[in-house]
Design a protein around this ligand. Sequence first.
Ligand code: PXL
Length: 278
Amino acid sequence: MKRIVSIQDISCIGRCSLTVALPVLSAMGVECGIMPTAVLSAHTMFPGFTCADLTGELLPIAQHWKTQNVHLDAIYTGYLASTEQVETVLSVIDLLSDEDTLLFVDPAMADHGKLYAAFGPEFPAEMAKVVARAHITVPNITEACLMTGREYRTEYDEAYIRDLLQAVAALGAKKVVLTGVSFAPDTLGCMAYDSETGEFFSYFNHRDGASYHGTGDIFAATTLGGMMRGLSLYEALTLAVDFTLETILVTRSDPDAAWYGVEFERALPMLYRRLGEA
Ligand code: PXL
């Protein structure tokens, strides 16, 4: 079984980051170790959230694993707690990566044109240092714009998305996937760019009107899980778009979903089914 470690926060309530990555990757048949970057009472959309930054724990955890020869097939970074934490995370990546460790980076820090509450304007340039190392990175359009200095637009064409993909690749990432891309009112999906082959790829499914918190984390975990199970990036992205939509469709009637996240638990059987067919 493949073993990965996910470096992101524990938000104690409000499905996101590790409370999404762990169950999704487990359901996909991938061992998911964790390295919590912070413990928050709830994700940062909840007013008054508490946050204990765990920067001081990260290197000791990594050093211990090193003494135990822990092998990681992938390192998956998500929400990081602070600007100061980024250098530590880079050291952890250096310490724990072998030549065959996939570095998968979700620069989870912003959406809908705005940084999340915990971050100041200096943060995107720091996060760009992690993205620079990535074999695969999965920013949304806001995150890509903040890291590349491009203008954030809600109306755009394919040329705008291609330029953004190449701008993120120019930071150093080998394969870039932009999430939340939509060229028509009733479709939503992703567009990807492989800087080594120069190829672009996109996949779209039906767009549900509502937008929910934590779906970017579901998309990221599913993409990585698919790849760890032997799918190509393109097959994994197709599964991730379809599964993310499914989590939204099963959630429609839940009035709490805007805060507590989508009821992805009810959609997990789709992952078993689809991986069984792969
Ligand atoms: O889903 C991204 C995310 C992860 N972790 C925390 C967050 C958010 C988005 O707001 O606040 C703590």
